[in-house]
Write a protein that binds this ligand. Sequence first.
Ligand SMILES: C[S@@+](CC[C@H](N)C(=O)[O-])C[C@H]1O[C@@H](n2cnc3c(N)ncnc32)[C@H](O)[C@@H]1O
Length: 210
Amino acid sequence: MTNATLERIDSLLANLPKLHIWGGVPQVGGLNRQIADRLVGEIASLGTPAIAETGAGATTLLFLCLEPHELISIAPDHALEERVRKEADARGIPIDPLRFHRERSELALPRLADSGQRLDAALIDGNHGWPAVFVDFCYLNLMLREGGVLFVDDVQLHSVAQLFHLLRQQEEFELLGVDSKLATFRKVLDRSFLPDWRAEPFIRMNSLTL
Ligand SMILES: C[S@@+](CC[C@H](N)C(=O)[O-])C[C@H]1O[C@@H](n2cnc3c(N)ncnc32)[C@H](O)[C@@H]1O
């Protein structure tokens, strides 16, 4: 990483922008230094990766600081996109790799997967309810290459925790760590989909015997 990159990241984390308007009040999303350290460490080890994230905000700026090959950011929020672009411009963060999809990930991701898009890293941080979390996972996993990294934010939520518990027992994924509320997995097997329930220990363990 160059000094310019490190300086941009430091300055972003020292002064995180309030890009979200929740309850009528501008707010920082969930990004904090612990999460940022993990995101930066893993992404930096991937060279110039293709990244996708569901849910945009400060993470979009952080990923852009790392000058990826491309950054696909998906959020159904036009005003948020404008705020992200304005903030990147004000901070001198290169914005060329950004491809912002202003729509729900449930609609954008199947199209991207169908187009043959491949990913080196993916962050699930959009709609945290069901089934969105699993829809995001399904299509991001399809596009994620073997050796790629999957970040799952907000594992404290029941909806996201179920994905976390499922993946930590799957042989397709290796848990690299949990930092604050972010879980990080490496995809270790070149499989586009998870297997049927018989090869899902979490489902077997929690199923009823009738
Ligand atoms: C927790 S915030 C993301 C925080 C962001 N990563 C950051 O660092 O600021 C959740 C985001 O998900 C977006 N979102 C809500 N529903 C979505 C959906 N169906 N598909 C994609 N994004 C969605 C919201 O617009 C919001 O920006």
